[in-house]
Design a protein around this ligand. Structure first.
Ligand SMILES: *Cc1c(COP(=O)(O)O)cnc(C)c1O
Length: 396
C-alpha cells in the first residue's frame, strides 16, 4: 500500500497540552498584580492543591521535574560516591539527577507483566550483592554505599510501591518515587506519589497537566520540605544578610507558571477520565489482534495511560519498529519508541546493571501512540487504522 503526503490532513501529535480557559484568567491575575516571579500566592496555592490531591503533607514547587529529583536525592542524603537503584527503562532525567549529586546509578530490570521496576530483582540485588558494614549497606562489587531506591511510575502506570517501600525500610534505604508521568494514577486506592520518603512530579508540556515547565517535590516530612525550599531558593540563611551556609540552587517555579498549574489541576480528574477513555478505545481495537500486546494493568492498580503503548510481536527487529514509527510519521501521526535502556548509553555504560532481560525486550517492541486529552474519536480511529495497516505491511 502506498501512502501519499497529499492524504495527510491535520497532524496528530503524540501528547499535547489541553488548555481549557482558567489558565488565561489566573495568569492574567498574576500579570495584573505584578507577582510574576518566584514568590507569590499562586505558588503557594499550587503547592497546596497538589499536596491535597496526592495526599501529602507538604509540596515544594520546582522549575522542572529533573530539579525536583535532584533536590529530593540531596535531602535524602544521597551524595558523592553513593549508589541509587533505578530502573534502566526510564527517561534519562531520572538517572541524570542521580549523577548531579555525584552518586552512581545501579540499573534494575523491568517486571515483564506490567513493565515497571521489578521489586523482586531489587530484593535479590540487595540480598545477594550487598552486605551491611558499620551500619551501612555496601555493594560488594563496587564497595560503595547503597543509599536509595528510585522507582519510576512509567507511562501513567504505578510501580509496586508497597514492595519497594518495604525493601527500603528493611535495608535502611530512602525511597524516592519518580511519579513524573503518573499524576492521577492510583495504587491500592492511594494516589501515586503518596508513598515513600519523597515523590517527584513534572509539569512539562507533554505531561498530564502542564505549567509549560515545572515540577514538584512531595513529602510528609516537615524537615525535608523546609530543606527542599531552602535548597531550591539559593540556601539563604539570614532574613536580611546574604549569608549562605550551603550551596543552593535557583530551582523555584515562577508564580506565572504556578497560576497555570492551578487552572490545570482543576481539570486533572477530567483529563485522567479522558486518557482512560482513549485507552479503552485502543484496547478494544487491538485486543482482537493476537500479534499485539496491549498495555497491561494489575488488579489494584489504576493507571492514567499517560502514553498509551503497545508491544509489537516478540522478535520484531528495532529496524522494523522504527520503520513503523517513520511511516506513521509520514502520515502525520506522531508515535515514539520507549527510551533506550540507560545502562547501554555512553555516560552510563560503566555503571553496574543487575540481570537486565525484560527491559531490553520492552524497549525493542514498544510503540507509544497519540494520547492527547484532546484527541478526537475520528483522529484516534485514523491512528488505529493506519497503525494496523502499517503493522501488516511491515511485519505482517
Ligand atoms: C518528564 C520526566 C522527568 C523530568 O521532568 P522535566 O520536568 O522534563 O524535567 C523525569 N522523569 C520521568 C520519568 C519523566 O517522564
Amino acid at each position: 500500500m502506498q501512502y501519499k503526503s497529499e492524504d495527510i490532513g491535520q497532524r496528530i501529535p503524540l501528547c499535547i497540552p489541553e488548555i481549557r480557559g482558567n489558565e488565561w484568567d489566573y495568569v492574567k491575575s498574576c500579570l495584573d498584580s505584578g507577582w510574576v516571579s518566584s514568590v507569590g500566592s499562586s505558588v503557594d496555592r499550587f503547592e497546596q492543591v497538589v499536596a491535597e490531591y496526592v495526599g501529602r503533607e507538604y509540596a515544594v514547587a520546582t522549575v522542572n521535574g529533573t530539579s525536583a529529583l535532584h533536590i529530593s536525592l540531596l535531602i535524602n542524603g544521597v551524595g558523592q560516591g553513593d549508589e541509587v537503584l533505578v530502573p534502566t527503562l526510564t527517561f534519562i532525567a531520572t538517572v541524570n539527577a542521580i549523577s548531579y549529586t555525584g552518586a552512581v546509578p545501579v540499573f534494575i530490570d523491568s517486571e515483564p507483566d506490567y513493565w515497571q521496576m521489578d521489586p523482586g530483582k531489587v530484593e535479590q540485588f540487595l540480598k545477594e550483592e550487598c552486605h551491611l558494614s558499620g551500619g551501612l549497606l555496601k555493594n560488594k562489587t563496587t564497595g560503595r554505599n547503597v543509599k536509595a531506591i528510585l522507582p519510576v511510575d512509567l507511562l501513567g502506570h504505578p510501580c509496586d510501591m508497597d514492595s519497594i517501600v518495604n525493601l527500603g525500610s528493611t535495608f535502611g534505604l530512602s525511597v524516592i518515587e519518580d511519579a513524573a508521568e503518573s499524576l492521577g494514577a492510583r495504587y491500592k486506592s492511594k494516589k501515586v506519589g503518596s508513598q515513600g520518603d519523597v515523590a517527584c512530579l513534572s509539569f512539562n508540556g507533554n505531561k498530564i497537566i502542564t505549567t509549560g515547565g515545572g515540577g514538584m517535590i512531595l513529602t510528609d516530612n516537615e524537615q525535608f520540605a523546609s530543606q527542599a525550599k531552602y535548597l531550591t531558593t539559593q540556601a539563604k540563611d539570614h532574613p536580611v544578610e546574604y549569608i549562605h551556609n550551603a550551596i543552593g540552587f535557583n530551582y523555584r517555579l515562577t508564580n506565572l507558571q504556578a497560576a497555570m498549574g492551578v487552572a490545570q489541576m482543576e481539570c486533572l480528574d477530567e483529563f485522567v477520565a479522558k486518557k482512560r477513555q482513549i485507552a479503552d478505545v485502543y484496547e478494544t481495537a487491538f485486543k482482537k489482534l493476537d500479534y499485539l500486546t496491549t498495555m497491561p494493568t494489575q488488579a489494584s492498580m489504576e493507571p492514567t495511560y499517560w502514553l498509551y503503548t503497545v508491544l509489537l510481536p516478540d522478535g520484531t527487529s528495532v529496524a522494523d519498529r522504527t520503520d513503523i514509527i517513520t511511516r506513521l510519521g509520514a502520515l502525520g501521526i506522531e508515535t515514539r519508541p520507549l527510551w533506550h535502556m540507560i545502562h547501554g548509553l555512553p555516560p552510563y555504560q560503566e555503571c553496574q546493571s543487575f540481570k537486565i532481560r525484560h527491559a531490553v525486550n520492552l524497549y525493542e517492541r514498544a510503540i507509544s501512540l497519540p494520547s492527547s486529552v484532546g484527541l478526537t474519536i475520528n483522529d484516534q480511529q485514523k491512528c488505529i487504522d493506519s497503525f494496523i495497516q502499517i503493522c501488516t505491511d511491515v511485519i505482517g
